[in-house]
Design a protein around this ligand. Structure first.
Ligand code: SF4
Ligand code: SF4
Length: 292
């Protein structure tokens, strides 16, 4: 090899015969945000893709591009209106498949095609210039939407609404979610809630199995999906001479009380049971015996 990406005769070699070189996006430079510069780079890469068309089956970005080219007056990229470039960009969901598995022109090939990075740059420029539509903001707020939609009672209304054609048509108009697209069913008994008991497992690992503090933190991160800070806080709780005795109360207690209240029957009966919790002294064993 005389230089990166060429053989001894100076002929560019395919870049994906070995791990590609990924150049970081230079997002702090002024050129990165330059709209005309971005359009020029999109046109350059679109030209290469139009001549190649290898990724046509990967996602909808490539068929969108090739249709725009084929339907243009010149049937070349120069016939595509630059105002239509975002139609290609919005179809890319940044899976990286074209870069990782298909493209022969990724660096070190001198053509330096990194289609997903170019799409990411185009999305960033578009966001800076136009902001994000309401639908994108809502759909990206997965934590907030999940918290709201998994509230008991609300969850039933949300799941019911997602099955109603009229409401789905309204959702398509406001959020851009196709009326026939499958949407996930929400659950009040969330995975996070079910994993609350993992702190009890962590306490047993620390105090009974004598596992190291690092192992216990790792367990909480991997099995209980806790953040590192949250795992450290749980460890502090588990180790505290006073608080450690409470470790089973919260997860086990909530489960015991929820089952007891929910097994009462209709809402009125459930409210009556909840009222008893607030006004009577009932032992856990009494509740357990009453639940069966
Ligand atoms: S990175 Fe984008 S353009 Fe490439 S295959 Fe994935 S979705 Fe398609
Ligand atoms: S990303 Fe690469 S492999 Fe895919 S169509 Fe473009 S040039 Fe061809």
């Amino acid at each position: 090899m005389n230089e990166a990406g060429s053989n001894d005769r100076g002929i560019p070699r395919e870049g994906n015969l070995e791990a590609p070189t990924r150049h970081p996006l230079d997002w702090t430079s002024g050129e990165f945000w330059n709209h005309a510069g971005l359009d020029a780079e999109l046109e350059r890469v679109f030209e290469i893709c139009h001549g190649c068309r290898r990724c046509v089956s990967l996602c909808h970005a490539f068929p969108t591009l090739f249709d725009l080219v084929d339907e243009s007056t010149t049937m070349e990229v120069d016939g595509v209106d630059k105002a239509d470039y975002p139609r290609v960009v919005e179809q890319c969901y940044l899976c990286d498949l074209c870069y990782q598995t298909k493209c022969p022109y990724v660096p070190p090939h001198p053509w330096n095609v990194d289609f997903p990075h170019l799409m990411l740059r185009a999305k960033a420029v578009h966001f800076r210039e136009h902001g994000a539509p309401l639908g994108a903001k809502v759909l990206a707020s997965t934590t907030a939407v999940g918290k709201l939609a998994s509230i008991p009672v609300v969850v039933e209304a949300v799941n019911w609404g997602n099955r109603q054609p009229l409401l789905r048509a309204a959702m398509e108009g406001t959020l851009g979610v196709h009326r026939d697209a499958r949407v996930p069913e929400y659950h009040a008994d969330t995975a996070k809630r079910r994993l609350r008991g993992a702190s009890g497992d962590a306490a047993l690992q620390l105090h009974v199995a004598k596992r190291s503090r690092e192992d216990v933190v790792r367990f909480l991160e991997q099995e209980a999906l806790a953040t590192h800070e949250r795992a450290l806080k749980s460890l502090e709780f588990i180790e505290h001479p006073l608080w450690r005795t409470y470790v089973f109360c919260y997860a086990g207690g909530e489960r015991l009380l929820s089952q007891w209240v929910e097994s009462a029957g209709d809402k009125t009966a459930q409210h009556a049971r909840f009222f008893r919790l607030l006004t009577e002294q009932i032992t856990p064993s009494g509740i357990a015996a009453d639940s069966v």
